[in-house]
Design a protein around this ligand. Sequence first.
Ligand code: AMP
Length: 213
Amino acid sequence: MQIILFGAPGVGKGTQAKILSKKYNIQHISTGDILRDSISRGTELGLAAKEVVERGDLVSDDLMGGLVKETLSNMDYNNGFILDGFPRTLAQCTLLDEIFDELKIDDPYFIILKADTEIIVNRLTSRRLCTKCATIVNLKDLDGTKTCPNCGAKKSCIKREDDKDEVVRKRLNIYRETTFPVIDYYKEKYQLAIINGTDPVDLVTENIIKVLS
Ligand code: AMP
């Protein structure tokens, strides 16, 4: 099963992708997670991307295309994969077509998660990320501590640099102007499914599973 999970930052792609990747035993490829991991390890990619990611801009198409190609080429995805956070520009769509052609991947599901801007801003500014296991947690579920409810690591749940209010608004503008047109590009190519991302997590998962089956 091959899934492209699409939607604005904060709409719940990461949360759903983690659930689906477990349920179907497929690889979760999150370009944001790969970049954050590279940044924290100080790799060449991390050094090149750090500033861009932290100020909420998009990393260059060339760098991202190369990253996704390398990840897919070196990965065992016999059962499939779920792509989260790519493509984000029309140029990345062309790059992904080339990668899929080369790796003989065809007919992925294209699932769009949708939510209103104000709900997203609220979610992003109150979410925390576990630096140990990458679980996404809402501030209200942390009970005043920074302990991860998933892996138990202490002081590990932090606010991402790019989840600060002004950066969030910038990321949403970029989504509207640069990323949203990706939908039109794929409308011609694949069957698209639109799912309401503001429903409770379990219901969103249930609705995605209905589409997949
Ligand atoms: P995410 O975790 O998907 O919200 O991604 C976090 C940040 O990583 C984005 O705001 C971008 O700076 C960068 N990023 C992730 N995926 C891409 C992509 N496909 N193209 C460009 N930049 C990306």
